[in-house]
Ligand binder design. Sequence first.
Ligand code: HEM
Length: 288
Amino acid sequence: MSQQAHPTPQHTEAAEANEPETPHLDFEGTTPYEDYVRADVLTHLQQTLSDDPGEMVFLVTTQVMELWFTVIVHEWETAARALRSDDVPTAVAALKRSVRELQALNASWKPLAALTPAQFNSYRGALGEGSGFQSAMYRRMEFLLGDKSASMLVPHRGAPRVHAELEKALHEPSLYDEVLRLLARRGHAIPDAVLHRDVSLRHEPSEEVEAVWAALYSGDPDDELARLGEALTDVAELVWRWRNDHLVATRRAMGAKLGTGGSAGVAWLEKRARKNVFPELWTARSHV
Ligand code: HEM
């Protein structure tokens, strides 16, 4: 037998000295990774309600989307705060991060996009009256976009923390309110009725606001406010895409049946998907 086949202890030590350090294995309690990520909690939240093997990906996709909603709400709240203190670069950076996150959110439709009615039926009954319509984090996204509605708090009366968070979001100016207030502070003719509106109600499109965006889009494209407008348009487009992907997945999975949440299903979602996010940013384009 050669020396090479049976290395001496000296040889082994020399070889190990050249090896990259391996990660640490010994920890007093739980790992620092677990303490930060809470993976043990996160990966034990998948309590399926049926025996169907396809239900797991439905539940996890929904949970993944809830996590993305949470990140996106965080970004838009950061952007709204920055706008309130006239810090447009910080707001645009947060909006741009949210654009990447919305793309990741939308990509998570993939595993559910081709669900057949038979596959969905295998666990649909187990969902009872459960519906994404009852997602409080999605509602916070809509509130930040300016689509406020007090009635959307009603389903959450039984969950005090969720209800309190939604109620606070209802009465705070939306991201779009903060954008329009900033435009006014920068000398643009945003009407008083828009600036002093009851922020707990839905933002209604205004011709004067449309004219301000049209003027901004007709000017220098590198202007800070024009760039803000484009970041908001990216956000609006991706939210619209999420709604449409949801609509198509629903149409494939259940046709024209009623929704588990009690709505008319596809017909109701079609109406929701037709709504424009930041409406004047779209209509202004006809006047540039
Ligand atoms: C392919 C599977 C899915 C089907 C068939 C489906 C079906 C529906 C239907 C019919 C509605 C209308 C309300 C109702 O009556 O239930 C709805 C609303 C909703 N769903 Fe889904 N859904 C699916 C997947 C998801 C996923 C994965 C999410 C992620 C969280 C989600 C989030 C929502 C939200 C947020 C609403 C409310 C939309 C709004 O208020 O405009 N859905 N869904």
